[in-house]
Design a protein around this ligand. Structure first.
Ligand code: GLA
Length: 362
């Protein structure tokens, strides 16, 4: 692994970073124009830029110890470079001239666990380019461009939650996000609580194909109900006439939006936890994006007295679970759940709070 000083033979010209995200409530609602409550991870991705002296883009990921390079009019090879190339191309499409650069990436976000390391990379890259080229892009514009980089260049037909969270959230507040208007509001966590995230150790295998299938089902349900998107369904009775499985998919989205709206009000930490548990049940039974390892992990988390609620977070089909814990006890609860799951043959690990030895390493 090379250091930035070796890579740039001096110092970088621009340096930015962005966090990953954990979604506390409001899953699979963003592409239905709905509501969600993500929070930024303490882990982050750093991107540094400097001039290139041979007319090509040179990219280095210190985390992967991988490099790639490409000529200004060529495609980046598949891999981390595609996300960066996507950001560059989208700026070019807006009329920005991006000079050939040396780009250094470092991240302490675990890859493939559903903490949105790709959104962090896109947003950090765009922030660094924004700084270097003095583009005056605001946080929402950066999130929109980052989402397009993911869709058009990484081939993932995602909603906008991850990029909005990476661009606008912090790790102390929940970010209320309305995916239709892109209005945001930073809200405090429920009183005397903290966030715990545990990776199930199961990679998200079916995520891409099933994700697209769920999106299509939601669009079909909205079409049959005669509304632009499921966000516009406010009466639960309306979905009951739909054929299965559209009925269940729509019921998840409608009830999930209701849970987020309730969670934005003055509710107790205990009620917030219950809403998280209900969200998991809805994702498991109606939306069918959970797997046994996530169900087992949420149960292990709930078995600890400091856990107020637990659910899968992100797209599902593997990855991590999030729990809301009484303040000061997330470490204990995490160790407890990991031990329980792993004693039964699992391979879970705590992601947040980050392990002490790794805290603060960039
Ligand atoms: C993935 C997508 C998001 C969102 C979640 C599910 O993380 O990238 O846009 O749809 O799944 O809530």
């Amino acid at each position: 692994m090379r250091s930035p000083a070796e890579y740039f033979t001096g110092t970088a010209t621009a340096h930015s970073w962005a966090p990953g995200r954990v979604n506390l409530l409001g899953e699979h609602t963003d592409y239905n124009d709905g509501f969600m409550l993500p929070i930024a991870t303490p882990q982050r991705t750093d991107v540094m830029l400097g001039p290139s002296d041979d007319g090509r883009f040179h990219l280095y990921s210190a985390t992967l110890d991988e490099r790639c390079d490409f000529a200004p009019h060529d495609r980046a090879p598949p891999g981390f470079g595609r996300y960066i190339e996507g950001c560059i191309r989208l700026l070019e499409q807006r009329g920005v001239t991006v000079p050939p650069l040396r780009i250094y990436v470092h991240s302490n976000l675990a890859l493939g666990t559903g903490l949105s390391s790709s959104a962090a990379l896109e947003v950090a890259t765009l922030r660094a380019l924004n700084e270097l080229l003095k583009l005056n892009l605001d946080g929402v514009s950066i999130a929109r461009i980052a989402q397009q980089a993911e869709i058009q260049y990484a081939g993932v037909n995602c909603g906008i939650m991850d990029q909005m969270a990476a661009s606008l959230a912090d790790s102390e507040h929940m970010l209320f996000l309305d995916a239709r208007s892109l209005d945001t509001r930073l809200l405090p966590l429920p009183a005397n609580t903290e966030v715990l995230v545990v990776d199930s150790g199961v990679a998200r295998t079916l995520a891409a194909s099933k994700y697209n299938e769920r999106r299509a089902e939601c669009e079909q349900a909205a079409h049959m109900l005669g509304v632009p998107s499921l966000r516009d369904v406010t009466r639960l009775e309306d979905v009951e006439a739909l054929p299965s499985p559209l009925r269940e998919r729509a019921r998840h989205v409608v009830t999930e939006n209701m849970r987020v709206m309730e969670a934005c009000g003055e509710i107790s930490a205990g009620r917030f936890g219950q809403l998280m548990n209900e969200s998991h049940a809805s994702l498991r039974d109606d939306y069918e994006v959970s797997i046994a390892a996530l169900d087992t992990l949420t149960e292990a988390l709930r078995a600890h007295p400091a856990v107020l609620g637990a659910r899968l977070t992100g797209a599902g089909f593997g990855g991590a679970c999030v729990a809301l814990c009484r303040h000061g006890l997330a470490d204990d609860a995490g160790q407890f759940a990991v031990q329980r799951v792993n004693a039964a043959g699992g391979s879970a690990s705590v992601l947040i709070p980050p392990p002490r030895t790794k805290r603060g390493t960039i």
